[in-house]
Write a protein that binds this ligand. Structure first.
Ligand code: C2O
Ligand code: CU
Length: 456
């Protein structure tokens, strides 16, 4: 049993809370950062500890885990429900949990030194919030290079009324993995770089994983003929852009970063660290088929999974090479984008660049976080952000606490293409607080590619 704020004792299910009044979420010494009313509909516990990740095929490595599982356990809630997650830190250093993509109250956002101090070893913190929007999300540590350990897991918020029909669903988490403690890379594009496609700041990964499994021991996704199968893809990697396709089956993309879009059929999609796509696959071609995720910026063997019909045997058939690839311009939100129309109240023009010669920093508009100016905004404003990438690597840029409009879609993470690639996005400042905006490549983030949007 865990001691929690207010001296109560929690069970594993909602309704098991003691009758004592509670101090609300926060640290276990009762120093609650905020205290939303109501009792949780779903209650979970996560405990971080060192542990062994079994990646299949005889491969195992020592890393850090949630609840001794890799990836961490799948947390689920229904849209509108109140979620409480008590995190206990069994590591030798501080940690936090960030709920990537969820527009939650700022004190629950899990960013050390911005929204909370890190949870010290042997201490707990209660995250509690109402989940306002359905979608495919994930949670991960937001301390240093910890996310490049095993500290991530899926967070699925179910729709009350999905805009598409499906018969079953699976979550597919893609990752890159290291056998040892992650270390900072040179930064700033690397000293001298190789000038090629590969990012010199990307660690030498041991391999790529799908749901924590190496390509030699792929996870199997069972289907039956004529089923519609919803696949929730999460790029949980620290520094890998994946290209995803499935043998014999086109993908009907139904959600981008968890938000519903008009279904669009493609043969493949690419996504950067932190992005998610949901795809529906119609099981109309019995057999055993390979799900393949290639590292666009690396040379590791592709991550693999198997789509297997109940009637099938035989080796998996890999996808064919050419085909249509999803672009952001193909995404059309099913939700009204009216609040983002008209001219913005405030515009930020920001460059993304590396400091190749000097400090090895990665910069947003010439500054390296944390020695960087906050970006001031005011509640109610329509904010436009124009990004220009002056570096030879792409950057998956993630905004905390808000969805933004990019093209005709709502997203929370967007890839800015390399070499003068540009992206413009708009958001409404409707969630007061200090919100991190950063490159989701962990090594770029660590080398300074972040800013804080600060409500004034
Ligand atoms: Cu998943 Cu600050 O990010
Ligand atoms: Cu980056």
């Amino acid at each position: 049993m865990l001691r929690i704020a207010g001296g109560g004792v929690v069970g594993t299910l909602a309704g098991c809370t003691s009758l004592q009044p509670r101090a609300g979420p926060g640290y276990d010494d009762g120093s609650a950062p905020n205290a939303p009313p109501g009792r949780p509909d779903r209650e979970y516990r996560l405990r971080t500890t060192p542990g062994t990740a079994d990646v299949g095929g005889g491969g195992a490595y020592r890393t850090w885990l949630y609840n001794d599982q890799f990836p961490g356990p799948e947390l689920r809630a229904l849209e509108g429900e109140r979620l409480r997650v008590t995190v206990t830190n069994g590591l030798s250093e501080g940690t936090t949990v960030h709920w990537h993509g969820i527009p939650l109250p700022n004190p629950m956002d899990g960013v050390p030194d911005v929204t909370q101090p890190a949870i010290e070893p042997d201490r707990s913190f209660e995250y509690e919030y109402q989940v306002p929007v359905s979608g495919t999300y994930f949670y991960h540590s937001h301390v240093g290079l910890q996310p490049d350990r095993g500290l991530y897991g899926p967070l699925i918020v179910e729709e009350r009324e999905p805009h598409v029909d499906y018969d079953r669903e699976y979550t597919l988490m893609l990752d890159d993995y290291l056998p040892d403690a992650p270390r900072p890379t040179p930064g700033g594009g690397g000293m001298g770089g190789h000038g090629g496609m590969n990012d010199p700041d990307r660690p030498e990964y041991t391999g790529l994983l799908l749901n924590g499994r190496r390509p030699s021991a792929p996870p199997i996704f069972d289907v039956r003929e004529s089923e519609r199968v919803r696949l929730r893809f999460v790029n949980a990697s620290s520094a890998t852009t994946f290209g995803v396709r499935i043998g014999g089956h086109p993908l009907s993309i139904t959600h981008a970063d968890g938000q519903p879009v008009e279904p669009v059929t493609v043969d493949a999609f690419e996504f950067g660290s932190g992005e998610r796509y949901d795809a529906i696959v119609t099981a109309d071609d019995p057999g055993t088929w390979e799900i393949q995720a290639v590292a666009i910026d690396g040379t590791e063997r592709p991550a693999r999974g198997i789509l297997r019909y109940d009637t099938a045997d035989g080796p998996p058939v890999p996808p064919e090479r050419p085909g249509t690839v999803l672009g952001y311009e193909d995404l059309r939100s099913t939700r009204s984008l009216d609040r983002f129309s008209g001219s913005p109240d405030r515009t930020f023009d920001l460059s993304l660049s590396g400091n190749m010669m000097g400090s090895g920093a990665w910069l947003i508009d010439g500054q390296a976080y944390p020695r960087a100016d906050p970006l001031p905004i005011s509640e109610g404003e329509h904010v436009r952000v124009r990004l220009t990438n002056r570096s030879p690597m792409l950057h998956p840029m993630h905004l905390h606490g808000h969805f933004f409009r990019v093209g005709d879609a709502l997203k929370d993470t967007v890839v800015v293409p390399a070499r003068m690639g540009t992206v413009t996005f708009d958001f409404v400042a409707d969630n007061p607080g200090d919100w991190l905006f950063h490159c989701h490549n962990l090594y770029h983030l660590e080398a300074g590619m972040a800013r804080v949007f600060e409500y004034r």
